[in-house]
Design a binder for this molecule. Sequence first.
Ligand SMILES: [Cu+2]
Length: 137
Amino acid sequence: MTPNPIRRRLAALALAGAALAAPALAATPAGAADAPLSGKVPVEVGDNYFKPIDVTVTAGSKVTWTNKGKILHSVKADKGKPFAPKTLAVKKKYTVTFKKPGTYGYYCTFHGAPGSGQHGTITVVAATPTTTTTSTP
Ligand SMILES: [Cu+2]
């Protein structure tokens, strides 16, 4: 039996396809980084940091801070009261639903201050569907 030439050709095409797909995948993170998150959005509270530091969500999203560190932390808005301040013991969670678009800086009262130290930002954008960057199926 001789090897099936059509099979060979298909295999070659599959390899070529994989090679072509690679640059497309590499190109996506640049745009995806700025895309707002929605639904349930986790933020890690570590020992003297928030991760990610800056989060962009759509209005109506729930942001949940979880203290994954070994010491006590807190979450308090830089100014005003867009949400109630909260002290977070180890392993505790705190969820806030952000309804109004805006930029909300917050900090840990033990290890930060407005705009510095253990500090983070939640940016809330209107929930209108602006997914124009969706790639072809
Ligand atoms: Cu802290």
